[in-house]
Design a binder for this molecule. Structure first.
Ligand SMILES: Cc1cc2nc3c(=O)[nH]c(=O)nc-3n(C[C@H](O)[C@H](O)[C@H](O)COP(=O)(O)OP(=O)(O)OC[C@H]3O[C@@H](n4cnc5c(N)ncnc54)[C@H](O)[C@@H]3O)c2cc1C
Length: 351
C-alpha cells in the first residue's frame, strides 16, 4: 500500500517496500514500511502515523554504507529534502546550508562550479549530504567535519529539533556522536563554511603523482577534483556497474607489539603508528595475503581490483554476502591472528 502524503503531509509511506534500489550492494531485501520525508517539518506527523506505531525505526540515506542481511520488519525513514542555500559570505568564508537529501557528489560539484574550494578531495564519495556527518566522511587526507559548521537534526527519542555545532558533533576518524547513537537523530540539514583562504591538499595517496601525470604543476581546486576522480575511478568499482559498499573492512588497530611481531614475519605488511601504543595495519594486504582477493562464492565476491571491496556480482543475498565477509574475517584471523571489523552498518537478523 502506498500513502502519498508528499504534497499535503510532506512525506510518503510505502508498505512492504523493496530496498534493492536503495542500497549500493543491490541486496534484494524488503522493509515493513518505507517513509520518505520531503519536508522536515512533517517529521512529527510521520512519527505519529498509525502505520509506524510501535515499530522499530531505521534511518537510511542512499544505502552506500549498509549491508542488509535480511528483511527489515520495522519502518525505514529516508530524508528526501532538497535544497542548497548560501547563507552568507563575510569575505573570509562562505556559509552554505544543504538539505539532507541532496547527493553529496552533486553538492561537491556545485561548490566547485560556484567557485568555493575545500571539498575537492571529497568528490565522488557516494551517498547523501545527511549521512556525511554520520561517519565524518573522508578521503585523500580531508574530512567533511573540517568544513561542517553545524548540523540540524530531529531527535527521534525526544521528538524535537536539535542543533549541533561542530564541537557537539564530536567528529573523529570515520566517527561522530551520530555514529555512536545510530537512529537517534535524523539529520535534516548540514551547514558548511568554506574559507576563502585555500591551499591544495595533495600529499595523500597518489594525488600529487596523478597531477604530475596529467602535467599540472600549480593545481586549482578543479584540477585536484579531476585527479581524485581519476584515482577513485581506477581503484574502486562503480556501484552503478557492480554492487558494492566501498571499503567493506576497516584497517585494524592492534597493539604495537603485535604489529612488530607480524612485521618481523611479513616485512611487506603496511603498518602505520597510531595513538595509545597501537598500530594500524592494512586490511587490504591481510586479505590479499590470505588469498581472498578476487574470491567468489556464487554471486558474492571480493573485488579482484581492490581486496577491501565486497561485491555483488548479480543476485547475491545479504546473507550470502555476509557469509563471505565472515569467511574472510575468519581466514585472516586464522592466518594472522587479527580480526577485521566491517565498515558498513550491518542490518538484519545476522547482525
Ligand atoms: C564505491 C564507494 C566508495 C566509498 N568511498 C568512501 C570514502 O572515500 N570515504 C568515506 O568516508 N566513505 C566512503 N564510502 C561510504 C559511503 O559513501 C559514506 O559512508 C556515505 O556517507 C553514506 O551515505 P548514504 O547516504 O548512502 O548513507 P547510508 O548508507 O544510507 O547510511 C549510512 C549510515 O548513516 C545513517 N544515516 C544516513 N542518513 C542519515 C540521516 N540523514 N540522519 C541520520 N543518520 C543517517 C544510517 O542510519 C547508517 O547508519 C563509499 C561507498 C561506496 C559504495
Amino acid at each position: 500500500m502506498s500513502l502519498d502524503g508528499a504534497g499535503a503531509a510532506g512525506f510518503t509511506l510505502l508498505e512492504n517496500a523493496s530496498l534493492r534500489d536503495r542500497n549500493t550492494l543491490r541486496v534484494d531485501a524488503r522493509a515493513g514500511w518505507l517513509a520518505e520525508v520531503h519536508d522536515a517539518n512533517a517529521i512529527p506527523d510521520l512519527l505519529g502515523h498509525p502505520a509506524l506505531h510501535g515499530k522499530p525505526l531505521l534511518l537510511l540515506g542512499e544505502g552506500s554504507n549498509v549491508l542488509f542481511t535480511g528483511d527489515y520488519a520495522g519502518a525505514i525513514v529516508t530524508p528526501a529534502m532538497r535544497g542548497v542555500e548560501v547563507l552568507g559570505d563575510d569575505g573570509t568564508s562562505t556559509r552554505i546550508r544543504v538539505a539532507a537529501g541532496e547527493h553529496w557528489d552533486d553538492f561537491v560539484r556545485w561548490t566547485l562550479s560556484h567557485g568555493h574550494a575545500g571539498l575537492e578531495n571529497l568528490i565522488l564519495i557516494p551517498g547523501s549530504v545527511g549521512a556525511a556527518p554520520m561517519q565524518n566522511i573522508g578521503a585523500y587526507g580531508v574530512e567533511a567535519g573540517e568544513f561542517i559548521e553545524s548540523v540540524e537534526a530531529f531527535d527521534m527519542r525526544e521528538h524535537r529539533v536539535v542543533h549541533f555545532d561542530n564541537a557537539r558533533c564530536e567528529f573523529g576518524y570515520r566517527d561522530s556522536v551520530f555514529k555512536r547513537h545510530p537512529d537517534r537523530w535524523l539529520i535534516t540539514a548540514v551547514t558548511f563554511h568554506l574559507p576563502r583562504a585555500w591551499a591544495p591538499r595533495i600529499d595523500y595517496a597518489g594525488v600529487r603523482d596523478e597531477l604530475k601525470r596529467v602535467g599540472i604543476e600549480r593545481p586549482a581546486p578543479v584540477h585536484i577534483a579531476d585527479a581524485v576522480v581519476n584515482l577513485r575511478t581506477r581503484k574502486l568499482p562503480d556501484p552503478k556497474l557492480i554492487g558494492n559498499a566501498g571499503s567493506f573492512f576497516k584497517n585494524p588497530l592492534v597493539p604495537a607489539a603485535q604489529a612488530e611481531r607480524l612485521r618481523a614475519q611479513h616485512p611487506q605488511l603496511p603498518c602505520w603508528p597510531a595513538p595509545n601504543d597501537l598500530a594500524k595495519l592494512s586490511a587490504a594486504w591481510l586479505i590479499e595475503a590470505s588469498g581472498f582477493k578476487g574470491a567468489r562464492e556464487g554471486d558474492a565476491g571480493i573485488s579482484s581490483r581492490h581486496a577491501l571491496v565486497l561485491v555483488n556480482h548479480g543476485h547475491a543475498s545479504g546473507e550470502e554476502l555476509w557469509a563471505l565477509a565472515q569467511r574472510v574475517r575468519e581466514g585472516v584471523h586464522a592466518r594472522f591472528g587479527v580480526m577485521l571489523e566491517p565498515e558498513p552498518r550491518i542490518i538484519g537478523a545476522a547482525a
